[in-house]
Design a binder for this molecule. Structure first.
Ligand SMILES: [Zn+2]
Length: 292
């Protein structure tokens, strides 16, 4: 069924209740899932989509949300945004066919520089190298109704770059992708989830309308369009953990934990993003501590 028709035909949902979930890789390799929290097994991903379907959720994109803000669309009763970071080839190989099978869509954050063919930035963290989607794969997902967002040019840690280099990473990825897609690119995901005030300002100035962090930003969707908190789906999340994340106020719990930790670690505040969120720490520890 056409999801847009669904959105039209249902009564208005509550935008503040919108959940945003974050995935990286979807793989068919149990060893990889055991070793790396970013690799969700395709069997688990299928079960998670089945759950969303059974529990009455409708996947939307940021573009749908934008149209809702402009009064052109109603939201479904239970909207959810699925996001995939980095643009791995397995997003196209495993996630995309399942999304299509369930009549769902997602937001996929890809790099602007097509010369980057694998996740070379993960080498220092010991994560296995995986191929990224090429242009045809990205285009195919775009044409099928998925939203393509930018994730910088080269997956740079933007807060550490000189101003001009950071601007180029942010602004050039938008223009590169817009040229390739021949469509507006309005969503941005901060590489490593690292956000600071300068980066946020640049993302807004570069013309993006929304930007996604990982473990920072307000708990309620819509309170800060340039620091949208996402809920991570780990390789170990499974069905119970998934239910916890989408059916309960789990993100408020995560937010509270973040606030407490932030205050404890950096009493002087983190407006400039000096405190690295849990995601960054987890990257350095292949077995993250999490609530299942
Ligand atoms: Zn990334």
């Amino acid at each position: 069924m056409n999801q847009r028709e669904t959105i039209h035909s249902q009564s208005e949902g509550n935008p503040r209740a919108l959940r945003v979930l974050m995935y990286h890789r979807i793989v068919d390799d149990a060893d990889l899932c055991r070793a790396h929290w970013t690799s969700v097994h395709v069997r688990d991903f299928r079960r998670q989509l089945e759950c969303l379907d059974r529990w009455g959720f409708t996947t939307i994109t940021f573009d749908d949300y934008r149209l809702f803000l402009e009064g052109e669309l109603n939201l479904p009763k239970k909207p959810v945004i699925l996001t995939f970071d980095d643009g791995y080839l397995d997003t196209h190989q495993y996630a995309f066919p399942l999304l299509q099978e369930f009549g769902m869509k997602a937001v996929v954050f890809v790099l602007g520089k097509r010369a980057v063919k694998t996740n070379v930035w993960d080498r220092p963290l010991g994560l296995p190298e995986a191929p990224l989607m090429d242009w045809q794969h990205i285009m195919e997902m775009h044409v099928a109704g998925c939203e393509i967002g930018a994730h910088s040019m080269t997956h740079a840690k933007l807060s550490t770059l000189p101003e001009r280099a950071a601007w180029s990473e942010i602004a050039d990825s938008r223009t590169e992708l817009e040229d390739l897609l021949n469509a507006p690119v309005l969503s941005f995901a901060y590489p490593y989830g690292v956000v600071d005030g300068r980066t946020k300002r640049m993302v807004e100035e570069a013309g993006y309308r929304i930007a996604y962090s990982v473990a920072t930003g307000p708990a309620t969707f819509g309170n800060d369009a340039y620091e949208v908190r996402r809920t991570t789906i780990f390789s170990t999340t499974g069905v119970i953990g998934f239910g916890l994340r989408v059916l309960t106020p789990f993100h408020y719990y995560e937010w509270l934990r973040w606030r407490t930790k932030r205050t404890f670690v950096h009493p002087n505040g983190t407006q400039d993003g000096n405190w690295l969120p849990g995601w960054e720490q987890q990257h350095q520890h292949p077995q993250p501590i999490e609530t299942r």
